[in-house]
Ligand binder design. Structure first.
Ligand code: PEP
Length: 270
């Protein structure tokens, strides 16, 4: 694993815990949060990677705070362009230069509040890959879509839009299933729902590339906390979690990480 992030094999084999700090934090609280994580967890286990995604202005601070700690840094969004006259946008190349190895793409809050659509998610994923970042591509249905029996239709549409831009065999990607109704509500999807949708997503990707689909990390996000983490992470197609509010509390975040470690068979190679 190099300083620019995990290598391809590393990405594809590991478990992942990714903290989305959203529009929270400041210089002092970010420092306290990383110090808190490190106090509870001096070194992440090589079988499960830890990533924190601060707001853009703090990327460079986090590069400093996480240097030599084994914790990776990611952004919460990135432009679909590498450079140019795009006022207010942030290039994935800039994220990379400021120490980011990852970027969340297509988070439902961006779809909801910034009007991002499937096509943009695909273009952003490709730009991130071209800049050397690993996109954490988010898909997920709303409550209304689930209630009207359209979950698979929606997931397929979102997935196909993103993967239409991606050369699967060559690219490093993490897929996140984040049902919108579970994000920030305190009510996580049941392990059975999560497993069923992860399986659906994996099968859909297998139509394009079977071997890639088998190795692709698919993580779950939506009201994960220490109390429900093990039941979610124990599901066979769940490779970790994308954590929102619980990632802002060092003790809770590390407790979730420890639950994730418990789901890894002891004989699994690091
Ligand atoms: C998220 O925003 O990606 C998320 C999973 O949030 P929460 O854990 O707060 O539901």
């Amino acid at each position: 694993m190099g300083p620019q992030g995990p290598d391809k094999e590393g990405v594809m084999k590991k478990k992942w815990l990714i903290g989305n700090w959203k529009m929270h934090g400041n210089l002092a609280s970010n420092k306290a949060l990383i110090e808190g994580i490190r106090a509870e967890l001096p070194e992440p286990d090589p079988r499960a990677e830890l990533v924190v995604c601060p707001a853009f202005p703090y990327l460079y601070q986090l590069k400093d705070l996480t240097a030599g700690t084994g914790i990776y840094v990611g952004a919460q969004n990135a432009s679909d362009h590498l450079q140019g006259a795009y006022t207010g946008e942030t290039s994935p190349l800039m994220i990379k230069e400021l120490g980011g190895s990852f970027t969340i793409i297509g988070h439902s809050e961006r779809r909801q509040y910034q009007g991002e659509n499937d096509g943009l998610m695909g273009r952003k994923s490709l730009a991130a890959i071209d800049a050397g970042l690993i996109p954490v591509i988010c898909v997920g249905e709303t409550a209304e879509e689930r209630d009207s029996g359209r979950t698979h239709e929606v997931l397929a549409r979102q997935l196909d839009a993103a993967f239409g831009y991606i050369r699967t065999a060559h690219d490093k990607i993490i897929l996140a299933y984040e049902p919108r109704w579970a994000i920030g509500t305190g009510i996580a999807a049941t392990p059975e729902i999560v497993q069923a949708e992860h399986e659906f997503l994996r099968q859909r990707i297998a139509i394009r590339d079977k071997e890639f689909a088998a190795r692709l990390p698919i993580i779950y996000g939506g009201s994960v906390k220490a109390a429900n983490a093990i039941s979610l992470f124990s599901m066979p197609d769940v490779d970790g979690g994308l954590i929102g509010s619980a990632a802002l509390n060092a003790t809770e975040f590390v407790a979730i990480y420890r639950e994730l470690l418990q789901t890894i068979p002891a004989d699994e190679a690091a």
